[in-house]
Design a protein around this ligand. Structure first.
Ligand code: FE2
Ligand code: FE2
Length: 247
């Protein structure tokens, strides 16, 4: 049995608020018996080196913590602080933990909030799936399906069909994990489960839950309790548990 803790959108911005919400999640997870922690992007709010210093010191545990970039991140600063390298190419990473392969695909477009999987990233993912002998969790920041909030859907992944073609061609694809939507939500994509982690930093409001007209200024509920997902893979069966983080 493999237990994957999935959090997203920590948005470290130097504030006490962002720090305390992430600490609440990580303190909780460090007391849980999980095999790996996946953070599906928007690690920082502005992509500053100082914010990555916080990521490096806060998003740590005794188990591997896998970190994806999001649209609020910056590839060069991410590389400099977290990987010890230089450059602005997509940050695609392969990890093997607990009998599972994690393909972390960089879906960011520098300077934009929407997402795109570049041809080199899709080719890389195709290779990972072709070589895999264990179930592969395909992780990216941007949601490839609608989340029913028009604002968030305007900045979703722009080329979902390209991803679907790669995923559906492989029997090793177990699930797609993403963030960005700040929404605990699930669907299907290219024949596999698609699961979105709620945002640590805030939660997207849904149009039918309010009479307010949603705009960028009010679409995120900053008072909602931070949450996370536990994905359990046992004998090829995936079950995902959505939980709020205890105070
Ligand atoms: Fe975010
Ligand atoms: Fe995002």
């Amino acid at each position: 049995m493999t237990i994957i803790a999935h959090i997203s959108d920590t948005h470290f911005d130097g504030s006490e608020r962002a720090m305390s919400r992430s600490r609440r999640a990580m303190d909780y997870l460090r007391g849980c018996d999980v095999d790996v922690i996946v953070v599906t992007g928007d690690l920082t709010d502005h992509g500053d080196v100082e914010e990555y210093d916080q990521v490096r010191s806060e998003l740590v545990a005794d188990v591997p913590v896998l970190l994806l970039p999001g649209n609020h991140d910056d590839r060069a600063a991410y590389r400099r602080v977290l990987l010890g390298g230089e450059g602005a190419a997509p940050i695609n990473q392969l990890h093997r933990v607990g009998g599972v392969v994690f393909a972390l695909c960089d879906s960011t477009i520098p300077g934009q909030h929407g997402g795109l999987l570049a041809p080199e990233t899709l080719t890389w993912l195709q290779g990972v799936l072709a070589d895999a002998e264990e179930p592969v969790f395909i992780c990216l920041h941007h949601h490839p399906i609608r989340v029913n909030n028009p604002l968030l859907d305007s900045i979703r992944l722009q080329n979902p069909d390209d991803l679907a073609a790669v995923v559906s061609a492989s029997p090793m694809a177990a699930a797609v994990l993403c963030g960005h939507a700040h929404a605990a939500a699930a669907g299907t994509f290219a024949g596999v489960p698609l699961i979105m982690a709620p945002g640590i930093f805030s939660t997207t409001r849904l149009p039918w839950t309010t009479t307010d007209e949603l705009a960028w200024s009010n679409t995120f509920d900053r008072d909602d309790i931070p949450g996370l997902v536990f994905h359990v893979l046992e004998n090829g069966q995936l079950t995902s548990h959505f939980r709020t983080v205890p105070a």
